[in-house]
Design a protein around this ligand. Structure first.
Ligand code: F3S
Length: 81
């Protein structure tokens, strides 16, 4: 399985991820993306039915802000750079 979160410090609010994967990504008031599933903590196992959308969004992000890994993110390995 996969876990994902957005590095909100490098996201430039391009809007690609939410267009490709609206069930996974939404935007804050400034247009910066976050993961809906768990408030961008990177701790929610991605439902398998959403994995392809997740990958499409990751590949579309111009700043590589969508982080994906096979383990849950934690304080030592989070999405903020
Ligand atoms: Fe931001 Fe990348 Fe999405 S720049 S809005 S995380 S596609």
């Amino acid at each position: 399985g996969f876990y994902t979160c957005v590095d909100k410090e490098t996201c430039i609010a391009c809007g690609s991820c939410g267009a490709l994967a609206p069930d996974i990504f939404d935007y804050d008031d400034e247009g910066i993306a976050y993961v809906l599933l768990d408030g961008n903590k990177g701790k929610a196992l991605m439902p398998s039915i959403l994995e392809q959308d997740m990958i499409d969004a990751q590949e579309s992000c111009p700043t590589d802000s969508i982080k994906v890994q096979t383990k849950s993110f934690d304080q030592n390995n989070d999405c903020t750079s």
